[in-house]
Design a protein around this ligand. Structure first.
Ligand code: GLN
Length: 198
């Protein structure tokens, strides 16, 4: 059973833990480096990306997160978590740091005020029926590097991507979802065979 942590300094942690547990993963919150060391895989949840990166720095998780992700730990970012995984941000605050690793440019709050939140059923590569996607002040992917595969689009913009051991969605598959996107991630973790470091 893969050990999958959910970054838990801020964000919608509980929904991810419930979804992962229902899929049979050993899911637990990650607030400190010792908990990160146990992870075979990690979820970066939705929330507020500037707050999340500041807290990660304060709690001495930012550099360990960068090391584990660069070292191949499968990681899945949703919404703010997608922003944290991105190498480049548009519309961020001047001092906004990311964890990085995913060769994309992400635009924060991209869908604009008029459609702050919306839902859509989207075809998703690797899944045989569309995914019900809930967007909440969501980013979109503005540009992708050559090794990034686009898995889903909304309003013509990429909103789900994969690059090797990294996956990210602009939307919240843990909200009102059926677990299929998380199942893809659990399978990524299981097949990566990355074992806990400590
Ligand atoms: N707009 C938020 C941010 O930029 C992300 C919103 C979310 O995670 N639902 O951090």
């Amino acid at each position: 059973m893969p050990a999958i942590g959910v970054f838990a300094l801020q964000g919608d942690v509980r929904e991810h833990l419930q979804t992962l547990t229902a899929l049979g993963a050993d899911a637990f919150p990650v607030r400190r480096p010792t908990e990160l060391a146990r992870c075979d895989g990690l979820v970066l949840p939705g929330g507020e990306s500037t707050t999340m990166s500041k807290l990660a720095r304060t709690f001495e998780l930012l550099d360990p997160l960068r090391e584990r992700i660069a070292g191949g730990m499968p990681t899945f970012g949703t919404c703010a978590g997608m922003i944290l995984l991105a190498d480049r941000i548009e519309g961020g605050t001047a001092d906004q740091e990311t964890i990085g690793g995913l060769d994309v440019t992400v635009r924060r709050n991209a869908f604009g005020r008029q459609v702050d939140s919306f839902e859509a059923d989207l075809p998703f590569t690797g899944l045989d029926a569309p995914v019900h996607a809930v967007f909440i002040r969501a980013p979109w992917v503005e540009a992708t590097g050559p090794s990034v595969e686009v898995l889903a689009r909304a309003q013509d913009h990429p909103v789900a991507v994969r690059q090797g051991h990294l996956m990210a969605t602009s939307f919240h598959p843990e909200v009102d979802g059926d677990g299929r996107v998380h199942r893809l991630f659990v399978e990524m973790v299981a097949s990566a065979g990355v074992r806990a470091q400590g």
